[in-house]
Design a protein around this ligand. Sequence first.
Ligand SMILES: *[C@@H]1O[C@H](CO)[C@@H](O)[C@H](O)[C@H]1NC(C)=O
Length: 326
Amino acid sequence: METFHLLFVLLCSVFTLGHGVSRNNLPILSFDEGYSQLFGDDNLMVLKDGKSVHLSLDERTGSGFVSQDLYLHGFFSASIKLPADYTAGVVVAFYMSNGDIFEKNHDEIDFEFLGNIRGKEWRIQTNIYGNGSTKVGREERYGLWFDPTDDYHRYSILWTPTHIIFYVDDVAIREIKRTESMGGDFPSKPMTLYSTIWDASEWATNGGKYKVNYKYAPYVAEFSNFVLHGCTVDPIELTSLKCEDTSNPNAIPTGITPSQRAKMESFRKKHMQYSYCYDKIRYQTPPSECVINPKEAERLKKFDPVTFGGGRHHGKRHRRSRAVAM
Ligand SMILES: *[C@@H]1O[C@H](CO)[C@@H](O)[C@H](O)[C@H]1NC(C)=O
């Protein structure tokens, strides 16, 4: 009896470890526990296990889902496998927003996956808006060290009152620290989670040069391992309802360890292709929170001399940017 009981307990915990929690011990939700369909009719398909979802884009429509709850801060994650082959113009997004509640001064934290022509890799874009700061885009774009169409990879957002960290698998790829000078531009109101696939022919691939080609449709993005681990907020009163148990120190990362930071720096050195801080066409003076790293500036300038070099034909702009960079 004893042995049987022990075996039963062991089996249960093996099962739970394998299926019920993520690598950092956060509970994994089924689709119905955390999310609802946002649009796209049967282009959203929940698989039999209830824990995986396919979102597809075809001639008729894209598709998307939205979290049932509104959250103020937390750790939010999904494993995603992107559609392969020709995907120019296709965008898959995993993001937080409150645009439906705060139309004029919304907040946003974005992961956007930008499709590409055949043989060229997907790129990831990250961005934030705070309190309606849509005039100041804070985009960064990166290549990846793997093919995101081969398998599932985990994409996570950590959002605290003082910083936002984007992760790919276990690698922190970007940290945004709240600075005084950012003012309201740092996301600080409750948001819901969204995931969508849509036709962004107008801008996604080389500024709209390559459109979605429906000959290759449907484009299917696969999702699983849903983690929604934050403080839920009442959508009417906007008061805090419930925060997840944070007594487990492994549960929510609270910041970046030195070894994670070293990994992040090395990722950014190798894979960052765009940063708003260095875009001299958009910002003659970089937004206040930017810390300009001359080596990074030099590398990006080699990558794209027009955007990061200030544009050779704009002498005035060039001079001004140089003054800022020094
Ligand atoms: C956010 O925007 C609203 C309306 O535009 C403004 O009244 C408020 O002061 C802003 N908050 C912050 C923190 O900047």
